[in-house]
Design a protein around this ligand. Structure first.
Ligand SMILES: Cc1ncc(COP(=O)(O)O)c(C=O)c1O
Length: 339
């Protein structure tokens, strides 16, 4: 049975904790993680999804109990849209690459979303001729503008705005304006452009570091910008990025393991990429306050971690039981560990 959250669940979006990663910090270089899985639907994408829905409601595009929201997503935007839409009274259809984890697909089905699977990479590709998920969502929605609304997170400036208005100000406040380096993994580019633009308006010396995945990767939510074009949303503000880093599957999974062992945290693969990159940045610094976005937790990735030998089944189950900082989600997940 799907548990539909109450409409006021949207008020819980944002205001996520910032915690120090004490076992990785040194006296003069401190590492912090922004725990985005504390959003009610479990990831950083609650912010963009809510802002896009809010904006469309204000413009009169979305009508409760009538409109269908359709979106290409590698999972987290889909989960956020499905959860928020169910709470507010919209139907949702998600166009999703078939390689996305089964746990992710089960959550989406649990939230009442209809899934259209494509043979895209792990993240929907952007760029003419390769963008199967995006093209399919457009093909379904275009002939029926009276019913369908496609937020299109790859081109929708409200995605940028969600981080400019929420993630950025939260981090500035939580670090008392002392942040020196900001790192996040990139999919649409909404998180890096929105957060970094705000932080740089406060202090132009804050260094914005964008992380892309290696080619042919297993890092759900991230993309490689040679395999897939840079989304329009990102292109409009590419100048905000000071440095690019590329995360490998191997380094990211190693960091996932280290976080289990040293911080008793169970994180998703993209947080592993951010952790691995933060360690590289910290290694070359004498002083600094480094903040990384931990976009989602590891509860959707048991099957991936066991298949890829990141953790044994026993290690995963034990990490799940002892993990610190996991949050209560706004939905029940009958196929998983929640009730
Ligand atoms: C787990 C995860 N990390 C990072 C990102 C990147 O976020 P953005 O689309 O804002 O670039 C996403 C986006 O889907 C994600 O799902």
């Amino acid at each position: 049975m799907t548990a539909v959250a109450r409409p006021d669940v949207v008020e819980q979006i944002g205001h996520t904790p910032l915690i120090e990663l004490r076992s990785f910090s040194t006296k003069n270089v401190k590492l912090y993680a922004k725990l985005e899985w504390h959003n009610p639907f479990g990831s950083v994408k609650d912010r963009a999804a809510y802002w896009m829905i809010k904006h469309a409601e204000r413009k009169g595009i979305l009508k409760r109990d009538k409109s269908i929201i359709i979106e290409p997503s590698s999972g987290n935007t889909g989960i956020a849209l499905a959860g928020i839409a169910a709470a507010l009274g919209y139907k949702v259809e998600i166009v999703i690459p078939e390689k996305v984890s089964e746990e992710t697909k089960n959550i989406l089905r649990d939230l009442g979303a209809t899934l259209h699977e494509t043979s895209d990479d792990l993240c929907p590709r952007v760029g003419a001729g390769t963008d199967q998920s995006i093209a399919l969502a457009k093909a379904i929605s275009k002939p029926r503008p009276d019913i369908y609304y496609m937020p299109n997170q790859y081109d929708n400036d409200t995605n940028f705005l969600s981080h400019y208005e929420s993630t950025g100000p939260e981090i500035w406040k939580q670090t008392n304006g002392t942040i020196t380096h900001f790192l996040t993994g990139c999919g649409t580019g909404g998180t890096i452009t929105g957060t970094a633009t705000f932080l740089k308006e406060k202090n132009k010396n804050v260094r914005a570091i964008a992380i892309q995945a290696q080619k042919n990767h297993l890092l759900q939510g991230l993309r490689n910008f040679e395999e897939s074009a840079i989304p329009e949303l990102f292109k409009r503000r590419l100048g905000v990025v000071d440095e690019w880093m590329t995360a490998t599957n191997k380094d990211s999974f190693e960091a996932v393991r280290q976080l289990v062992e040293k911080e008793t945290m169970l994180v998703g693969p993209s947080s592993g990429s951010v952790m691995a990159s933060m360690l590289k940045v910290a290694h070359n610094l004498d002083h600094g306050i480094i903040v990384g976005i931990f976009a989602d937790d590891g509860r959707k990735f048991g099957s991936l971690y066991i298949r890829e030998n990141v953790l044994t089944k026993q290690e995963y189950d034990s990490a799940l039981k002892s993990a610190k900082y996991l949050s209560k989600l706004a939905y029940s997940w009958t196929a998983g560990y929640f009730s």
